[in-house]
Design a protein around this ligand. Sequence first.
Ligand code: NAD
Ligand code: TYD
Length: 347
Amino acid sequence: MLVTGGAGFIGSCYLRLVRRLRPDDLVVNVDVLTYAGNLENIQELAHDPGYRFVRADIRDQQTVTAALRQHDIEVIVNFAAESHVDRSVASAEPFLDTNVGGTLRLLEAARAAKVKRFVQISTDEVYGSLGSTGAFEESTPMAPRSPYAASKAAADHFVAAFHHTHGLDTVITRCSNNYGPYQFPEKLIPLMILNAFDGKALPVYGDGMQVRDWIHVEDHCQAIDLAVTRAAPGAVYNIGAENERPNMDVVRAILKLTGRDESLIRHVTDRPGHDRRYAMNATRIRRDLGWSPGHDFEHGLADTVTWFRENSGWCERVRSGTYRSYYDDQYAARLSAAGGNDSEGVP
Ligand code: NAD
Ligand code: TYD
């Protein structure tokens, strides 16, 4: 198996899972190590004889094809992506390049090396935004609204086109918002946890009543592995754990778990084009592949807070360097306009 983006949040979790499930199989990780890629996330695999790391861009078709041939790869699982909506608002180009261009190059490489299966890790965001009722199904038309979602939807279309046009065996999984250990702290949950630890302001976009459908990353990875090993060619599976929560509820739960009070909350200028609500209908994967999530949100969130508390070294390292300037660009003006500075509210 060749996994791309295995040094990121979800890819690293998937690598740990497949090494546990199939210790006799070889897994190759292709990752270019962007700001979000971190070999510390997979440190435990560094000396594993069944694991290889290739530092390469998924757009480098020659290197990827060589790796596919050298290791006789049967399955590609494509996690590599630019993954953060706010960054896609600031600059969409890298999203086009990696998420669309990179996926297309990988599809070509898969064809050239006669790979048996190509699995694309996609997102509920390709479906757009919901009103106050209903949930996305696999048959819901794609209607992406952020540059990130547009790039993921375009990639999904290329994957489906390679299935129909070239007969490539493809599978697409579309999952809701993940949380758990090793998540990069640009995303809601780790950002709020770390700010709460530090007694810093918690920047809630707009009214904070946007709804996301949360799933623990380990449950997502279990579902992906069922799709990798058991799905029919051309299949699409929604993945979600039926944990819809308004952002304000998540933020309040984090404050409680970290022993902080609500004075840290700042309602800041909203994200442009902010999707109001996501919810997944995951009946198909539950029914066809027998998947069900193992984590409930309350325990999963508490364990995640504990993980971040116990891994302060990891947190410090990922928040040093370029993260600082990203954070200032994203939040400094918003927080001062919201009437507080970054450290206001420290008890
Ligand atoms: P992440 O940002 O934590 O990790 C992305 C990884 O891809 C990093 O290791 C990075 O170095 C690598 N990468 C980026 N561009 C690359 C390139 N051109 N070539 C090689 N490697 C490259 O992302 P994540 O949260 O782990 O998401 C993984 C996948 O899951 C993405 O495809 C994302 O769209 C999808 N997804 C994420 C979520 C979520 O909640 N995080 C939900 C549904 C789907
Ligand atoms: P995020 O983790 O960026 O995931 P996505 O945008 O892909 O759903 O954001 C989750 C929700 O939290 C989303 O509604 C935006 C909101 N949010 C904030 O209110 N403040 C923040 O600082 C961040 C990063 C997100």
